[in-house]
Design a protein around this ligand. Structure first.
Ligand SMILES: Cc1cc2nc3c(=O)[nH]c(=O)nc-3n(C[C@H](O)[C@H](O)[C@H](O)COP(=O)(O)OP(=O)(O)OC[C@H]3O[C@@H](n4cnc5c(N)ncnc54)[C@H](O)[C@@H]3O)c2cc1C
Length: 493
């Protein structure tokens, strides 16, 4: 046995259940285990104030399905050809109906989203009528639901160890049971004993470029609009003790966003939001200087229809948004409204009203003609000129014969002209260690790794299509299942 894996003789911290990661899933696991009498500790990688992961900056909606049978039908249809075991679908469906009751029993005040549309992402699929989206607080967004989750943990005697990332699981060499976690704290390694079990709830691999390149389909890189602390640590920890992985190629993305080196998360560009008032008509081109999509198509969390199937939006990198001075001078090109997104809520980047500061920083490039602009960003001038001419013709005839765009058919005609490099961006990954219906992490042969559980987007159930609010809904559902089962383990040693 190597020193690194050796079971320590003394432990720095002890609890019955050790929860790794404090987002929605960590909250649900920790509170559930605590309510069952277990002593719980949470390890959190971020400093205090930046905990909460993607949950903190999400749209704050969570799914509460209205019927088990419809939920089974809908999730089965969402999985399509990427099937998930029936037993998992059933458990998901049964538990997702209980989210509101559980939160209300703890003092939450579930509110159904009011604004139309209700937000059924795939209304034509069987069982779609089960979709009901809720939030806590006056409206969705603005971290309101997260504030409830945070309060539910903080009003209980559940210590949260901030800036203490879990680094490795401590496993009994013979029985393969998980006995605790090696974590990092203040430059030192500490050992955290889990007398009953460990629950991994440390999110996805949104900010791990190596994993993105290896696991996500067709993109060389991708940036997150969520927590930069989600670096796939749970995947590495679980694989090291023998876990299988699932759904690694599925993610809530891509969209197209600006990413700059100074800031760890992406900028959602206003130009992608349809506006009757905005006179602009930005187009996006790939490295060949050609458009490749209807820029205004409302993807289903990054997926677009292709030949009767849904595939991730094609994002040939590097991509460039091309716009003219009419669009540029119409207002800020970045959507800085602080309802959701890490850049908006945590970084709080204050984009200039007239885009001048970002132009000065070189985030936006400018030239007097389309050919000169092409030269500035390394595109072929003749091709870009032709692309813009075709687009302007489509605007004149109100018919985009290439991609069928119908929104904001406004020409790119009034110089000077501007280009912004865009990158693939995402909300969250779905893949991670495979779990079973008891929220145990399993090996490739399906057998559970003793005393090891998971919940949330670290190995979520979503294998293909995704229904908005399904992630936080699943965090609550499998958070409760994992907390219950970890708390019920017999104490070892
Ligand atoms: C902008 C945006 C909008 C979204 N809107 C919605 C929505 O409205 N509804 C919905 O259902 N989903 C939404 N999603 C997706 C959803 O937010 C996430 O899938 C969900 O919140 C994940 O919860 P989680 O608890 O699994 O992980 P997270 O909430 O990401 O929490 C993981 C935690 O683990 C910590 N951590 C990471 N590594 C370690 C480590 N090694 N040790 C200890 N701690 C660690 C992180 O710091 C973080 O605090 C959105 C996502 C984004 C980015």
């Amino acid at each position: 046995m190597s020193q690194q894996n050796a079971v320590p003789e003394t432990w720095d911290v002890e609890a019955d259940v050790v929860v790794v990661g404090f987002g929605a899933a960590g909250m649900a696991a920790a509170v559930t285990a605590h309510e069952l009498g277990a002593k719980v500790v949470i390890l959190e990688k971020a400093p205090e104030g930046e905990e909460g992961g993607n949950t903190r900056v999400a749209g704050q909606g969570y799914l509460n399905t209205s019927s088990v049978d419809s939920a089974i039908a809908y999730l089965t249809a969402l999985c399509g050809p990427f099937t998930v075991p029936e037993v998992m679908v059933r458990v998901w469906a049964e538990e997702m109906c209980l989210n509101n009751d559980w939160l209300a029993s703890l003092g939450g005040d579930p509110q159904e989203h009011q604004h139309p549309p209700v937000g059924i992402e795939f209304p034509d699929l069987p069982g779609a009528d089960c979709v009901h989206k809720f939030h806590d607080g006056p409206t969705y967004g603005y971290s309101y639901t997260w504030k409830l989750f945070e309060r539910l943990v903080k009003e209980r005697p559940i210590p949260i160890l901030y800036e203490t990332p879990g680094r490795a699981l401590i496993q009994n060499d013979v029985t393969k049971e998980i006995l605790g976690v090696r974590a990092q704290q203040g430059g030192k390694t500490i050992t955290v004993k889990a007398r009953r079990g460990v629950v991994l709830t440390c999110g996805g691999f949104e900010n791990n470029q190596e994993m993105i390149r290896n696991y996500l389909p067709g993109i060389p890189y991708c940036y997150t609009s969520g927590s930069p602390y989600n670096e796939g640590d749970g995947i590495t920890m679980a694989m090291t003790v023998g876990a299988d992985l699932w759904h690694m190629n599925n993610y809530a993305g891509p969209s197209m966003a600006l990413k700059v080196p100074e800031i760890p998360t992406s900028f959602s560009m206003q130009a992608f939001h349809y506006s009757k008032e905005l006179p602009g008509g930005a187009i996006v081109v790939g490295p060949d200087g050609r458009r490749f999509a209807d820029e205004k198509f409302k993807t289903r969390h990054g997926k677009v229809p292709v030949n009767g199937r849904w595939l991730p939006l094609s994002t040939p990198c590097p991509m460039f948004m091309i716009l003219d001075h009419t669009h540029f001078s119409a207002g800020p090109l970045y959507d800085k409204h602080p309802s959701h997104g890490w850049t908006q809520i945590v970084v709080k980047y204050d984009w200039s009203e007239d885009n001048s500061a970002e132009l000065a920083k070189g985030w936006i490039r400018k030239a007097d003609s389309i050919e000169a602009l092409a030269g500035v960003v390394g595109l072929d001038p003749a091709t870009l000129k032709d692309t813009v001419a075709r687009w302007n013709q489509a605007c004149a005839t109100k018919h985009d014969e290439q991609f069928g765009r119908t929104l904001m058919l406004n020409p790119v005609a009034n110089g000077p002209f501007y280009a912004i490099e865009l990158s693939p961006s995402m909300l969250n990954t779905q893949g991670g260690p495979r779990r079973n219906e008891r929220a145990q992490i399993v090996r490739p042969d399906g057998s559970p790794i003793p005393r090891l559980y998971s919940a949330g987007e670290l190995g979520s159930i979503y294998s293909y299509l995704y229904q908005g609010t399904g992630n936080i809904g699943e965090c609550l559902a499998f958070g409760r299942i994992s907390g219950r089962n970890a708390a019920a383990e017999a104490v070892w040693g």
